[in-house]
Design a protein around this ligand. Structure first.
Ligand code: PAF
Length: 277
């Protein structure tokens, strides 16, 4: 695997490739990321991942400084997964001067996670657009665990006519149902044992949707209260239309149940797509 540290190195590598599939990451890789690389290999002869902890998408007081940086093991995992190149720029390479041009995201960026992390999706879309411009991939792969991010990236690619196909890859879960996430490493042993409740809560909502319940505010409130009774602080539980994240309609097609909640000092997110029964 070639490690590309600078924009010039990336451009030289890119110019020598045909079609490229791209997996953007912030590192601290787990099985979920490796599935993205695996899927990417089916889309193009060359796969490039990026590893960049993007300061633009962290708000004041968030975990930018303590975000886990695990360079050696990330490289080893990518090599094993058959990744051809890793683009790992320094902050000064990605942002040589203060970034004052941003992608202005659509209103969805201010809802759900965006309502609790102001500016987060502006930072995500700005770095993703910049990475797309540098990597010029034919395909880019994103995990469905970050469902809202995936919806916004799809929308940006469509609205800006970006020449890249956006592919969503299913969430990878631990045996007890917890969605794999770099932030799971923040959990204490007791919190880790409690954490699968988030997925069970989503499953309970999905079950009620399948049974025909359509009182969405009631479903959302019941789920948030169940989490809070177990000691969580729920940012939100929401039922939305799958794919677009438009408000759920009683006659809607497929739904997705999304949640973000704090377990101690760790904010976990998860979601579950469901087809009405
Ligand atoms: O999902 C992530 O890891 C990040 O938001 C991304 C897409 C790499 C942009 O920094």
């Amino acid at each position: 695997m070639q490690v590309l540290r600078t924009l010039a190195e990336l451009r030289a590598w890119r110019d020598a490739q045909g079609a490229v599939a791209f997996v953007p990451t912030m590192g601290n890789l787990h099985e979920g990321h490796l599935r993205l690389v695996e899927a990417a290999r089916r889309h193009a002869p060359a796969v490039v991942a990026s590893l960049f902890v993007n300061p633009l998408q962290f708000g004041p007081g968030e975990d930018y400084e303590r975000y886990p940086r695990t360079w050696e093991s990330d490289c080893a995992k990518l090599v094993d997964a058959g990744c051809d190149a890793l683009f790992a720029p320094a902050v000064a390479d990605m942002y040589p001067c203060t970034q004052t041009c941003f992608v202005a995201p659509p209103p969805l960026a201010g809802e759900l996670c965006g309502a609790h992390r102001p500016g987060h999706f502006r930072g995500v879309l700005t770095v993703v657009l910049k990475l797309f411009n540098l990597v010029r991939p034919q395909t880019a792969l994103f995990g469905k665990k970050d469902y809202q991010q995936l919806a916004l990236v799809r929308d940006m690619a469509a609205q800006f006519a970006l020449p890249v196909a956006i592919v969503g890859v299913d969430t990878v879960r631990a045996a007890d149902g917890l969605a794999l996430s770099s932030r799971n490493g923040y959990l204490t042993a007791a919190e880790r044992a409690e954490a699968p409740r988030l997925y069970r809560t989503l499953m309970a909502v999905a079950e009620r949707l399948r049974a025909g319940e359509r009182d969405f505010p009631r479903l959302e409130q019941d789920a948030a209260q169940a989490l809070m009774r177990a000691g969580w602080k729920a940012d939100y539980v929401a039922v939305r239309e799958a794919g677009t994240l438009a408000p759920a309609r009683a006659q809607g097609g497929e739904f997705v149940v999304l949640a973000a909640a704090w377990l101690g000092g760790t904010r976990l997110i998860d979601n579950l797509e469901t087809v009405p029964g």
